[in-house]
Design a protein around this ligand. Structure first.
Ligand code: IPM
Ligand code: MG
Length: 363
């Protein structure tokens, strides 16, 4: 099979972790007999520097004509004072919108060998396997009007949270559908005691749930969900939520399972799927070779599964990650300070080798 993929390394640690994801992808392609066609393009701050646009049309065209997009991270302190239309993040948001990827899947799994890496007690975090289904194209991120206006000293700002029924319906169907291949439990997270958007959300999710009588639905306020996620994370199966709440809860879920550096994500539902680690550009550690590449590597597993329907290939990456962690290999984010750890590249090589060994055992 020809795997045509647009690669957007972006900013900060993005390029380092993306390189390792590609190293693994190249091994998988060779072992399973696929042809890789990679097109590297700028996005975010890197694109602002090269062409004064966080999503140049040449990058967007490459994405639209590929089978999938693999992205590293965007953003950095150099761009903090740029106007909002010229921020690196704007490039990513526009890309999500142009691709039409409204469903963001963020699995947070506690690998049993990582129970000690969590800030929570092992017995609390043990067995955690949550899938956050985050609505990605609505809410505060895209609502109009938005602006900062008025005279210095008397300025006001407005952001708009807005949701329509069809938007809620389509993401609810994704969550219920995915729950069927898991533990059949959906927790819909909102703030229906305060927000009208949330009241509509709850109403529509409840209506959609009637088409899935085999899936158990419960509702939770976001503050209460944040607490439950750290006190009993193992209770959650699928968390269905709107854009901003999903952004916040997914970073929290990352810490719960050991490190945000572990989380990969898939953004689907549009013309082309977009895959990126959940962590950001982490400017404080960029270029030091210490970032955890597993989030990016696990994103490529999701890419193979969701965009190319290559389940065995995806599983070979996930089981390689499991094996390498079980053998005790860790990047710096997963060890206590002072303990030995692998560099970004060393971890990437370990996973690439483990994929190969797995294939040799099978053949
Ligand atoms: C994420 C990130 C992005 C978001 C930023 C970089 C725009 O935090 O993917 O979680 O808020 O969606
Ligand atoms: Mg985020």
């Amino acid at each position: 099979m020809l795997l045509k993929i647009a690669v957007l390394p972006g900013d900060g640690v993005g390029p380092e972790v993306t390189d390792e994801a590609i190293r693994v992808l190249e091994n998988v392609a060779r072992i399973f007999g696929h042809e890789l066609s990679l097109q590297k393009k700028d996005v975010g701050g890197a694109a602002l520097v090269s062409s004064n646009d966080p999503l140049p049309s040449d990058t967007l065209q490459a994405c639209l004509s590929s089978g999938a997009v693999l992205l590293g991270a965007v953003g950095g302190p150099a761009f903090d004072n740029f106007p909002s239309s010229l921020r690196p993040e704007r490039g990513l948001l526009r890309l999500r919108q142009e691709l039409g990827v409204f469903a963001n899947l963020r699995p947070a799994i506690c690998f049993s060998s990582l129970e000690d890496s969590s800030p929570l007690r092992p017995e609390v975090v043990s067995g955690t396997n949550v899938l956050i289904v985050r609505e990605l194209l609505g809410g505060l991120y895209f609502g109009q009007p938005r602006s900062i206006h008025g005279q210095a000293g008397k300025r006001s700002a407005v952001d708009t949270m807005t949701y329509g029924e069809p938007e809620i319906e389509r993401i609810a169907h994704v969550a219920f559908g995915l729950a069927r291949s898991r533990r059949r439990k959906v927790t819909s997270v909102d703030k229906a005691n305060v927000l009208d958007c949330s009241r509509l959300w709850r109403d529509v999710v409840t209506r959609v749930s009637r088409e899935y009588p085999d899936v158990d639905l419960s509702h939770m306020y976001v503050d209460s969900a944040a607490m439950a996620l750290v006190s009993r994370p193992g209770d959650f199966d699928v968390i269905l939520t709107e854009n901003m709440f999903g952004d916040i809860l997914s970073d929290q879920a990352g810490a719960v399972v050991g490190s945000l550096g572990m989380l990969g994500s898939a953004s689907i539902g549009g013309s082309v799927g977009l895959y990126e680690p959940v962590h950001g550009s982490a400017p404080d550690i960029a270029g030091k070779g210490i970032a955890n590449p597993l989030g990016a590597i696990l994103s490529t597993a999701m890419l193979l599964r969701h965009s190319f329907n290559l389940e065995a290939e995806a599983a070979s990456i996930e089981s390689a990650v499991d094996k390498v962690l079980a053998a005790g290999h860790r990047t710096r984010d997963l060890v206590k300070s002072g303990q030995a750890s692998l560099s970004t590249q060393e971890m990437g090589r370990k996973i690439a080798d483990a994929v190969e060994q797995h294939a040799e055992v099978k053949s």
